[in-house]
Design a binder for this molecule. Structure first.
Ligand SMILES: [Zn+2]
Length: 269
């Protein structure tokens, strides 16, 4: 799709305008100071990473048997709703990962409004679930008006191809923001965004700042072997080691849609 987009002079000029607009937008959006990947660091020497604060670090091994079920209050929603699912975006290979910068996307997370800053990917996955590690994990990074960061994490298992993921990886250029028109977030996120493990942690890259809300979605998405290989050709090992939980609670939230779908009526089909 990107190839045909760049195939005519007129399209190329249009693309340049888009790049300029996206660059202007990215600098205005204060994205730079919130990028978890802004500093220089090396995954082979994680012991040398400077931790600014505390003992509430990410990622973690999620132990499903020890997770506490969320209590449902009548006036409180545990839902995660992403509002703009299709938007123009820019893609960049920033030297640590491949990052997607949507021009316009937001989410309501448990009743609070967040703006989406960027999404990026790790291989293998950073969070493990009962010790099991998926081949890829996506981090959708959101920020509230008060500066609070929330990361919605999606695990990807090997299965059907994911055309949106493939498009992102093939569009990414090292150190250059490349336009990606019509990014469809629904193809990267599972249908059920309301079933997740939630805990308080940190950025998983320097500066490893804490007070980050994590939402690790329980429904995996799929990538083909070729999708995974296209990413791991660039980044085969950009995952931080799991960190001690240190007594933090991990809350398991089960989506209302999952609950509604549970009692299947065989006669209805
Ligand atoms: Zn990340």
């Amino acid at each position: 799709m990107m190839n045909s987009f760049f195939s005519t002079g007129r399209a190329r000029r249009a693309a340049c305008v888009t790049v300029a607009a996206l660059a202007a937008w990215a600098s205005q959006s204060a994205f730079a100071d919130a990028s978890p990947h802004a500093l220089s660091f090396d995954y082979d020497h994680q012991d040398a990473w400077h931790i600014e604060s505390g003992t509430s670090q990410s990622p973690i091994d999620i132990r499903s048997a020890e997770a506490v079920s969320a209590v449902h209050w009548k006036d409180e929603s545990g839902r995660i709703v992403v509002h703009v699912t299709q938007t123009d975006a820019a893609v960049i290979d920033n030297g640590h990962t491949i990052e997607v910068l949507p021009q316009q996307a937001s989410a309501t997370i448990r009743g609070r409004r967040f703006t989406m800053l960027q999404a990026h990917f790790h291989a293998p996955a950073e969070h493990t679930i009962d010790g099991a590690r998926y081949p890829v994990e996506g981090h959708f990074v959101f920020r509230a008006q008060d500066g609070r960061l929330a990361v919605v994490a999606v695990v990807y298992r090997q299965g059907d191809a994911n055309s949106q993921f493939g498009q992102i990886v093939s569009a990414a250029r090292r150190g250059v923001q490349t336009p990606l028109l019509g990014l469809d977030l629904t193809k990267l996120l599972p249908a059920d965004t309301d079933s997740y493990y939630h805990y308080l942690g940190s950025l998983t890259t320097p500066p490893l700042s804490e007070n980050v809300e994590w939402y690790v979605l329980t429904e995996p998405m799929t990538l083909s072997a070729a999708d995974i290989a296209a990413f791991t050709q660039r980044y085969a090992s950009n995952a931080r080691r799991t960190q001690p939980l240190n007594g933090r609670p991990v809350i398991r939230h089960s989506g209302e849609s999952a609950e509604r779908a549970a009692p299947l009526d065989p006669a209805a089909d």
